[in-house]
Design a binder for this molecule. Structure first.
Ligand SMILES: [Cu+2]
Length: 147
């Protein structure tokens, strides 16, 4: 019942977002990469994970905005994620995290996220399990023109 209710809430949010000009952003698994692997989105957008054969996607612990719903898909399955909050998101394919299969998504103004980037970079430097995020965060910084 709760799940049905949540589905309705998400559906309503998606409809409202569509009315507000929200977009669907396609993220495809190619080889052991997400394409794009660095991108911006807005609240209300839907991130559509496609071509997910042999892949899945999940939030990277400690690199997710507070209060944002966790991301977790099942292996081999397409997945849609509704963006509900601003912030800096890092997600990964657990199967290929050793090969650094992950991505960074900025929701809101990237310039406002420099503190978060620094925080995540420190975590990536200190915690082996999320070390693979380092090159992605670096790429994000460069791509967004942040120093
Ligand atoms: Cu993968």
């Amino acid at each position: 019942m709760l799940t049905a209710f949540r589905t309705l809430v998400l559906l309503a949010a998606a409809l409202a977002a569509e009315a507000a000009g929200a977009e669907t952003i396609m993220v495809k698994a190619q080889g052991i990469k997400f394409v794009p692997d660095v991108f911006r989105a807005n609240v209300g957008d839907i991130i559509a994970f496609r071509s997910m054969s042999a892949h899945s996607v999940e939030s990277v612990p400690g690199m997710w905005p507070e209060g944002a719903p966790e991301l977790r898909s099942t292996l081999n399955a397409d997945h849609d994620y509704l963006v509900e909050r601003e912030g800096l998101y890092v997600f990964r394919c657990p199967t290929h995290w050793g090969g650094r299969m992950g991505a960074v998504m900025a929701v809101g103004d990237p310039a406002a996220l420099t503190g978060k980037i620094a925080e995540y970079e420190k975590l990536a430097a200190d915690d082996k399990s999320v070390k693979a995020a380092s090159p992605l965060l670096k790429k994000f910084r460069e791509r967004m023109g942040l120093k």
